[in-house]
Ligand binder design. Sequence first.
Ligand code: NIG
Ligand code: FE
Length: 404
Amino acid sequence: MTVQLWTHCDIATLQAGHAVPYGLIKDGALLVEDGQIAWVGRRSGLPADQAARCTREHNAGGALITPGLIDCHTHIVYAGDRAQEFELRLQGASYENIARAGGGIASTVKATRAASEAELQAQSLKRLQALIAEGVTTLEIKSGYGLAIEHERKALRVARALGRSQPAEVRTTFLGAHAIPPEFAGRPDAYIDEVVRMLPLLHAEGLVDAVDAFCERIAFSAVQTERVFLAAHALGLPVKLHAEQLSDSGGAQLAARYGALSCDHLEWLSDAGAAAMAQAGSVAVLLPGAFYFLRETRLPPVALLREHGVPMAISTDCNPGSSPCSSLLLMLSMACTLFRLTPEEALAGVTRHAANALGLADRGVIAAGKRADFVLWDVAHPAQLAYAFGSNPRLQTVFKGDLV
Ligand code: NIG
Ligand code: FE
């Protein structure tokens, strides 16, 4: 059994309720045992009996250590791309109109259905590797580009396989209610019947950790969304929701009634929606990449979320239509510049609050008893992670106690 000690580092613990910004410990020490953090604090305060147990010592060379980053909302398993739609949008077409005309999500569904499991895996792996290269150690991957059981299964299997093959933990979310597939055109309720039929089958195969839906005028109504939530609850699965992205559909209130882990996007969130989320303890997942790429002008109500004490997470939303981006560090910067989060809020948004958005209590902060997922950065201060956009100062990643 190895007991590893990390020294010559500053540690941004991101612990809740810390007395100093970022929970920063200058000249810290970090003791790791069996893939878990056994002790963290000032190096000068390391108890002699703890130090004596150490079997291997790492000199971090003055690096800043943060928790491993968590990307809590991605759609990285898809085939093809939508660069042509990007051109159309730049010529004036809107995201909604492209979707209504049969493009948008439907075009990615076509490409994803046509791809074999191996092709899908190869294409998605590149996106996962880009995330990992920036210090991501846990991520969520949604289905939702298959929209038929064999293709939803394929995508979820690919997501699970990616997690097994790479030094990052993958949590899978079933997003069968993402769009209406062509064979159900004009029959959304019949498709929801199908979603409700698929879910227990995929769950029985061990492919589902949570359930999501897209509640929006171009997707599913609140009534249809609720049927999906009922099916999830019948299986004991937690829910989350793409809510109030393009309009206020009351999705946040509905999700809150089902104790949602998170509501995501939220540009059109109302006061009542924020209050309901606060009551339910749902995390607000803000997605600056989609806001930027769709050239939205309505900002998510950050002041309202702060006022209600709703925790804010930040994620890439990596997907081919609204956020073809696999840089969580860039999202840190955009959360600050576009949404006016503080760099500390943004960093908590890709660590502690992102863990909460996935229902994972064992990570997201550096504290005794938590998983030893952390990153060494070549920066002098944590704010630099959000400040120097477009750079990647990652030096090393430790995943479950071991150097990657
Ligand atoms: O999170 N809003 C719905 N789903 C994705 C976009 C999907 C797509 O356009 O392919 C999102 O923005
Ligand atoms: Fe999304």
